[in-house]
Design a protein. Structure first.
Length: 152
């Protein structure tokens, strides 16, 4: 019973992304909004000799928007990856026949190579040599070729 409960808990955790991503989304959104607010303030404030303050506000605002954007992107990563997997599945699904052809071609090539290797290994193990006249594989201790009958 305990084991089953543990498995269920693990499945629940797997199906829901960790809370970290929600926090990233919230902080990212706040930073972007704060950045926009800073830029608006820098445009709204008027007065002599506050050029440096305005530039500071703008710089801070742009940094906030960029950093917030990164955090927001990180927060949406599970969703983005989910969609990427869906897209790949769709591509595989729509190109199944082509992929099958490629797979069977590759299988044919592989099986031919495997046959060649198997034959070579078999001949090596059986201690074969090749007839000087007809080129057939013959036993290394045979005096006459069993294929053409010529003396070795
Ligand atoms: Zn021969």
């Amino acid at each position: 019973m305990v084991e089953v409960d543990n498995q269920n808990n693990m499945n629940d955790k797997k199906s829901k992304p960790p809370k970290l991503y929600l926090i990233l989304k919230i902080i990212g959104t706040i930073l972007i909004l704060a950045g926009i607010a800073l830029i608006i303030v820098s445009l709204a404030i008027k007065g002599e000799g506050i050029e440096a303050t305005r530039m500071g506000y703008r710089f801070g605002g742009i940094c906030g928007i960029i950093f917030g954007g990164f955090l927001l992107y990180a927060g949406f990563l599970p969703l983005i990856q989910k969609n990427m997997i869906k897209t790949q599945k769709h591509i595989i699904e729509t190109n199944k026949s082509d992929l099958k052809d490629i797979a069977s071609d590759a299988g044919d090539i592989a099986s031919q190579s495997t046959k060649k290797i198997a034959t070579a290994v078999k001949e090596g193990l059986e201690d074969k040599k090749y007839c000087k006249y007809c080129g057939e594989a013959i036993d290394s201790d045979s005096i006459f070729c069993p294929y053409c009958g010529k003396q070795q």
